[in-house]
Design a protein around this ligand. Sequence first.
Ligand code: AMP
Ligand code: MG
Length: 350
Amino acid sequence: MKEKNTKILSIDSLHPQIDKIKEAAKIIKSGGTVAFPTETVYGLGANALDEKAIEKIYSAKGRPEDNPLIVHISSISQLEDLVENIPQHAYILMERFWPGPLTLIFNRTNKVPDKITGGLSTVAIRMPAHNIALELIKHSQLPIAAPSANTSGKPSPTNFSHVIHDLSGKIDMIIDGGSAGVGLESTVLDISGDIPIILRPGGITIEDLFSVLPRVEYDRAIEMSITDITPKSPGQKYKHYSPDARMILVSGNIEEIVRKTMELCKEYISQGMKVGIMATKQTCDRYENSNVLVVGDRELPETIATNLFSALRRFDEEKVDIIIAEAIEEKGIGKAIMNRMKKAAGGKIV
Ligand code: AMP
Ligand code: MG
């Protein structure tokens, strides 16, 4: 691919400068690609109604063509053209969780290009809770298709420098708008059938959803041990969030985790490997003289969500051979964190 001249634009996330937003919107309107911050991770955006623009997203990321994109909107009125047969509970969900980290899967209209949906009869839609993202959509006067702004398969980008690392020279513009908030991608909830089904756990937890829905289920393929099931969300079948280093996830109670982590650490060091330990505030003091990175606080799992992807990228910068990571409780946002960690570890759990 020919190297592009990627324009960098710094925008204030609290009070986005409208002249700069308009400059970015101009690129979207003319079929170009712009990476921008959202409250989950950075997204790589293009006009969702323009097949050629969408192709640019896939080629910059190296994303498999059958992995559909999420369409980002800034007002509910934009839904009309894109989706049909909106179920009654969709309005309750949108009212409660939009703007925010909840992606809803609807039946689509034929205005939605096949390229967006990988040929599926449904489309994924979200309204992001981030000033820059919302202003960009508004000023483009278009729905914006935006997957995470990373090279496909790598940990998602939670700050500007991650996007520069993966996509500089491959897209038209990168907006620097500080760090993304949640740090994990949106929850993907399929409401195109009778029972709402979580296809990907994320920023909105199942507990949150139960506050407005009587019934919600996880897609069975989310449990990675079930390998003989094809996930409903095409993206879930691909290798994901993978650092260059091999990763091992250690589970159990805290004492077991610490003991096993130290044992593995010694073993790999004796084999001449460079080891990185991804620890928590509660355990970090236990790993003396080791290469330890504290990812967050077990009591405040949202801190782990915020730091997880940048921790994985940090280990790659340090060129460690193996990452030993501590599992956390699969409760609340912990479910989404463990989903990403298991994928990063390629299912390797001890
Ligand atoms: P990303 O934009 O990189 O966060 O990935 C978007 C996720 O949403 C992927 O896991 C996709 O497979 C999923 N997705 C997008 N559209 C659909 C759809 N119509 N049906 C099911 N999953 C979808
Ligand atoms: Mg992604």
